[in-house]
Design a protein around this ligand. Structure first.
Ligand SMILES: Cc1ncc(C[n+]2csc(CCOP(=O)(O)OP(=O)(O)O)c2C)c(N)n1
Ligand SMILES: [Mg+2]
Length: 346
């Protein structure tokens, strides 16, 4: 069976549900209701929606530390997802998993904070599917930083050697926390994947239609046992996690920079100690990193949400936008009420 036709209204609805859910998560985090770091998928919606819109019941997804967009795109209800991320009993796993360990056996879908592990998980799903869920595929979602992890490369090899129906989707934002991936990556990732024998393609993460078409072509092959790799270029305006200090510094150099850097010039130029040159070098590295970050922001492609919205007639886009927003805001309000929060959801 070949993949389905592209429906721009369905695509915008999926992208919008993801975007509003990510914003709701951000709101909960800002209120102190999500413990720990929060890795958002804002900017990755088209990369995810363009793939999951092809998936059928029984197809598996394995994700990394940014799993919420995948689950929302696969139709998981927003409220238990939000409540899980706050650690509430009404969450998907009674609050035991949190946002980095979301697992939905009915789909099936899993997530894991160990970078690169989506590859072995996806191969495991595909292997089990040969007995348990014939004719289904599995999809691994990961970042380009993960593509330098041995276990992910081992899973590329096994998927080809054992003809496993796996699609490896690399959401390439160019950064692994504060490391510029280009500085630690040999060769080209797509060529690397092709070297393992995977079918390969690339897509612009600002364009959900393009991702859908490229993923569809690859998935037709995957369903026939030809494992594949899709690289999607994405831009994540929130950086690695919400509240990323490097981005705060870029956005508000004076307000955020003063408390962060107040002691640095004095320490770097202090005459005592033998490490003055090292400290000056450290200041230079931080400034250079900020420069690269600013440049990569300027280069970024269009916002996938705005692009998916503008592909529809204005009235239809507004209607879908409002419906999705109402659904997510209602889930956010109930989550805040359930967790005992008092802030009014916007
Ligand atoms: C095996 C392992 N090494 C290091 C980390 C710490 N870590 C968490 S996220 C991350 C960066 C991953 O970068 P990438 O795969 O590009 O994903 P992105 O965060 O950009 O979506 C790192 C190094 C980890 N969680 N697991
Ligand atoms: Mg990355």
């Amino acid at each position: 069976m070949r993949t389905s036709a592209y429906d721009p209204a369905r695509a915008f609805q999926a992208v919008a549900r993801m975007r509003y859910t990510e914003r709701a998560l951000a709101e909960l985090w800002q209120h102190g209701l999500v413990p720990g770091e929060l890795h958002l998928g804002i900017g990755e919606e088209a990369a995810v929606a363009g793939v999951v819109l092809h998936l059928r019941p029984g197809d598996a997804t394995a994700t990394d530390h940014r799993s919420t967009t995948v689950l929302v795109g696969r139709g998981v209800p927003v409220e238990p997802l939000l409540r899980e991320c706050t650690g509430d009993r009404g969450g998907l796993h009674q609050g035991h998993g949190g946002h980095m360990h979301l697992f939905v056996p009915e789909l099936p879908s899993s997530s894991d904070g160990i970078v690169g592990s989506a590859g072995p998980f996806a191969c495991g799903y595909a292997l089990a599917a040969q007995t348990l869920r014939p004719e289904t595929v599995s999809v691994a979602f990961f970042g380009e930083g993960a593509a330098n992890q041995g276990m992910l490369l081992e899973s590329w090899n096994l998927a080809v050697a054992w003809r496993l129906p796996v699609l490896f989707v690399c959401k390439d934002n160019g950064w692994a926390i504060t490391t510029r991936s280009a500085e630690v990556t040999g060769g080209d990732l797509r060529a690397r994947a092709a070297g393992f024998g995977l079918a390969t393609a690339e897509a612009d993460g600002g364009d959900v239609g393009e991702v859908f078409r490229r993923a569809g072509t690859l998935l037709d092959g995957v369903r026939a046992g030809r494992a594949a790799f899709l690289r999607v270029r994405v831009h994540r305006p929130q950086g690695h996690f919400l509240g990323d200090p490097m981005l705060r510094l870029l956005d508000h150099p004076v307000r955020a920079g003063r408390p962060m850097t107040a002691g640095l010039p004095g320490a770097a130029t202090h005459p005592s100690g033998g490490a003055r040159a090292e400290r000056l070098r450290g200041l230079g590295i931080v400034s250079a990193r900020l420069g690269t970050l600013a440049a990569s922001r300027l280069r970024h492609r269009g916002d996938p949400f705005a692009a998916a919205r503008s592909a529809l007639p204005a009235g239809e886009a507004a209607r879908i936008d409002q419906e999705v927003r109402d659904e997510v805001v209602a889930a956010l309000r109930r989550t805040i009420a359930a967790t005992g929060g008092t802030e009014a959801a916007r």
